[in-house]
Design a protein around this ligand. Structure first.
Ligand SMILES: Nc1ncnc2c1ncn2[C@@H]1O[C@H](COP(=O)(O)OP(=O)(O)OP(=O)(O)O)[C@@H](O)[C@H]1O
Length: 589
């Protein structure tokens, strides 16, 4: 509720219109029965045709006001609920943009998608009902009760006795449905996760003929969602008939009492008709109120899940261009950000433990690299190479020790400005939907066509781009129309076009053939002469000519030096090298 009110504040005028239309609607709904009662008791009983015509005219005018009010109410509700949910989705999206890897790991991608889409939709549905009924229901209930009391005190007792029963029932139903709704949302998250994995991993699933296994996994999640949805529907299907039964019983009691009162001449037929109308309005308003109450737990669960995202403080402050801090919205481009002129990257006794991990993945790592130098990292899988280079763009912050940029602790530098000066080529090349040119320009939004083409040439991507039909060729979803090696070369071009101070290649040449790898490195050397180059590689041939090679073993540095120095002094490096190249090849390296 607090979440909705916070966002509603931005739409005060429409909200006011919403309130006015609610009162208009209530006036019409309650005014007509009073006039009908008069028509019966004064017009029909006395056969006063003129009076009947006059009252008929009043009913027509009031009905027209009612139609206008209803249309206006519908418009305001739709406008407010869709606008608030759009703002909410934007804020969730902007907030997640400020998250560091730790927050992404904590929430999980599927959960963030469910919160942005489904939870926000639940809020929209709830708001739509809430805005229609939250104001109208109390107005209708209060006015109807006053009118009912005025019409007949004795008959009113029946209604007044029924209301507490209904309210008690609603509270019980709301309590029961809250936990069911929470489980239902969690099941939906589960379905989303399996769907995502299945759609993106379809090739692996097929290759391992695990279609049936995946089907079972999906069925399980789907069944769980169905189980909780069924429970909610069952609850509703029991609640509604009981409510109507209660309403009919009250109606029967009123008719019975009325017959006695009419016989005693203490009630007129017109009054009874109006009374039944008011009774209907009281009950109907309470029913709408019940609906809000029943939807409330579900919306509350969604609001709680969304608030959790919005209230999360990123462990590494990230300023999105145009935003003053991590929460405000902004539309500025990354080119509006200043760049940090990086001249040196230094690791001093760096130890790192993942937020959800127990053991240190990096232990007391120290090295330095300056402009114009290439530093490479090698080691067995899981030795901590990717973790190490991810500390440079502040995907995570160190646990102990420090990473220094130009002698200053990285934690004191604004992360976005720092990232502006880094060209990161991840282990798993990621391309976006759009043209090849757009994908390369992702590194520099205002890059000219010459710059794009040059980057593609250096990355050895130009020839295959031409063969594919040029830079305007579309990359399909999940980049299925380019091979693994082509994907890597495009993501290298994307970093090159940026001309950053620091290049970070995380095993980015692994899918290239030896010839292309060698040619690419030759071209890269010319391009990155003035920059800091950090390369993670599995292949010795990719790093032999680096100025310095850091050998990692279980998170610790076991050797630093040139290829020749390490061949002499580092046992682990020698073993890796000899497992890949012959003595002769190594001697010529
Ligand atoms: N997000 C994470 N949370 C917890 N532990 C992680 C996370 N990412 C990696 N690790 C662990 O950290 C260790 C180092 O992983 P890292 O990816 O840095 O190794 P690597 O040397 O790059 O391996 P590879 O050559 O296979 O890519 C591994 O034991 C891995 O399981």
């Amino acid at each position: 509720m607090k979440l909705i009110l916070n966002y509603l504040k931005n739409y005060k005028k429409i909200f006011l219109l919403n309130v006015i239309s609610v009162f208009g609607f209530a006036l019409v709904e309650l005014g007509i029965p009073t006039i009908v009662a008069r028509m019966i008791d004064q017009g029909i009983s006395n056969q006063d045709t003129a009076y009947i015509w006059k009252m008929g005219g009043v009913i027509l005018v009031i009905s027209l006001v009612g139609v206008t009010g209803t249309i206006l109410l519908g418009y305001c509700c739709a406008y407010l609920s869709t606008s608030v949910v759009r703002d909410l989705r934007n804020d969730i999206f902007r907030k997640t943009q400020t998250f560091s890897h730790s927050e992404f790991n904590r929430f999980g991608t599927s959960s963030l998608i469910t919160r942005t889409n489904n939870d926000a939709f639940q809020i929209q549905m709830f708001m739509n009902i809430l805005l229609r009924t939250a104001l109208m229901t109390p107005v209708m209930i209060a006015s109807s009760i006053i009118l009912v009391l005025k019409a007949s005190l004795r008959l009113s007792m029946v209604i007044l006795a029924t209301i507490p029963l209904i309210i008690l029932g609603v509270i019980i139903v709301a309590k029961i449905s809250e936990s069911i709704s929470e489980n239902q949302q969690n099941s939906l998250e589960w379905i989303n996760r399996i769907s995502r994995e299945n759609l993106s991993g379809i090739r692996v699933i097929r290759a391992f003929t695990n279609d049936n296994y995946e089907k079972k996994r999906f069925d399980e999640a789907n069944l769980s969602y169905m189980k909780y949805s069924k429970r909610l529907f069952k609850l509703m299907s029991v609640t509604q008939p009981i409510f109507f039964l209660l309403m009919n019983l009250a109606g029967m009691l009123i008719y019975w009492l009325s017959s006695i009162l009419i016989n005693q001449n203490s009630l007129q037929v017109g009054q009874l008709v109006a009374f039944m109308d008011y009774l209907f309005h009281v009950m109907f308003s309470i029913m709408l109120f019940c609906l809000v109450f029943m939807m409330y737990p579900k919306a509350q669960v969604s609001a709680r899940r969304i608030t959790k995202v919005l209230k999360t403080t990123p462990s590494i402050p990230t300023r999105i261009p145009g935003q003053k801090d991590g929460t405000e919205s902004g539309n500025a481009d990354s080119s509006d950000l200043d760049k940090i002129d990086i001249k040196e990257v230094r690791f001093e006794h760096v130890t790192f433990v993942y937020p959800d991990g127990e053991e240190a993945v990096l232990k007391d790592v120290s090295f330095a690299v300056k402009r114009g130098e290439t530093i490479a990292f090698i080691g067995s899988t899981g030795s901590g190479k990717s973790t190490l280079i991810n500390l440079v763009p502040r995907a995570y912050d160190v646990t102990e020790g420090s990473v220094l940029i130009n002698g200053e602790d990285i934690r004191k530098l604004p992360s976005q400005e720092l990232r502006q000066s880094i060209g990161f080529i991840p282990q798993k090349a990621m391309l976006f939907g759009g043209t090849i040119a757009e994908n390369i320009r992702y590194g520099k939004k205002d890059a000219s066509m010459e710059e794009v083409a040059h980057a593609a040439k250096v990355a050895q991507a130009y020839d295959f781009i031409m063969e594919k039909g040029g830079f305007e060729e579309l990359i399909t979803e999940n980049a299925t129309n380019v091979s693994g090696g082509q994907r890597q070369r495009l993501s290298i071009a994307r970093a090159l076009v940026r001309r950053p101070d620091v290049y970070i290649f995380d095993d980015s040449f692994s899918a290239l053939d030896f010839k292309t790898d060698a040619k690419l490195r030759r071209e890269l050397r010319k391009e990155t002469k003035e920059a800091i180059v950090m390369i993670v590689a599995q292949r010795i041939s990719s790093i032999v000519d680096a100025d310095r090679i850091v050998v990692l073993n279980e998170g610790s540095v076991v050797g630093i030096g040139t290829h020749q120095e390490l061949m002499k002094d580092c046992q682990i490096y020698r073993e890796i090298a000899l497992s890949q190249l012959s003595e002769e090849e190594l001697a010529n390296a």
